[in-house]
Design a protein around this ligand. Structure first.
Ligand code: AMP
Length: 208
């Protein structure tokens, strides 16, 4: 089996769906956003460099991202393929990725711009297991997170101003990838503005 790319704007639900696909298929999630946030938290040189880009909602330079990816896919759990979440985000990243591993599916979760701000503001996740929640659309169950040890995390860049820059970066730098993957016959679209279970079910069908 090769690797999968989850594609879509910020707040499309890539993390939520990655978590579900991971449970069903066992493919590990590789989120460059999560890797960068971990680097920022640890205060590594990469984290220190990336933080200024992330805080303003701009893309981190390709070489930094590709360095992280090259190292990550050498890990034993990546041998059978991985599920990329938030990567690639530029044509040079996709070109470099095609040299590193075979991509079998690019699954695009489509959500209109006007829905993105509401979806991003109010978002939280569980620091223990990575499950993604939303105050209104997908609240933490009253019994707590399924993992039993909910640790609430909120992202500093999940605010209304930064979202506009993240959306602009998506439209200018990332959407050209749709054509790039379409021309290679790998691109599949699902409507991401629906019930979370319906989206997961469509994504899993595409992977069958
Ligand atoms: P995400 O968690 O995917 O929304 O990413 C959060 C932030 O990390 C983005 O706004 C970018 O600043 C940076 N980032 C994550 N993945 C990439 C990538 N593949 N290329 C460039 N920047 C990225």
């Amino acid at each position: 089996m090769g690797s999968i790319v989850l594609f879509g704007p910020p707040g499309a639900g890539k993390g939520t769906q990655a978590h579900r696909i991971m449970e069903q298929t066992g493919l590990p999630q590789v989120s460059t956003g999560d890797m960068l946030r971990a680097a920022v938290k640890e205060g590594t040189p990469i984290g220190l460099d990336a933080k200024s880009y992330m805080d303003r909602g701009a893309l981190v330079p390709d070489e930094v991202i590709l360095g992280l990816i090259r190292e990550r896919i050498q890990q034993p759990d990546a041998a059978e393929g991985v599920m990329f979440d938030g990567f690639p985000r530029t044509i040079p990243q996709a070109e470099a990725l095609s040299e590193l591993t075979e991509i079998t599916h690019v699954l695009a979760i489509e959500v209109p711009d006007e829905r993105i701000v509401d979806r991003i503001c109010g978002r939280s996740s569980c620091g223990a297991c990575g499950a993604v929640y939303h105050d209104t659309f997908n609240p933490v169950p009253t019994t707590g997170c399924a993992c039993g040890q909910f640790v609430e995390k909120r992202r500093v860049d999940d605010n209304a101003e930064t979202v506009q820059n993240r959306l602009a970066a998506y439209h200018e730098q990332t959407t050209p990838l749709a054509k790039w993957y379409e021309s290679r016959g790998l691109f599949h679209r699902v409507d991401g503005d629906r019930d979370i279970d319906e989206i997961s079910s469509d994504l899993l069908k595409l992977l069958e």
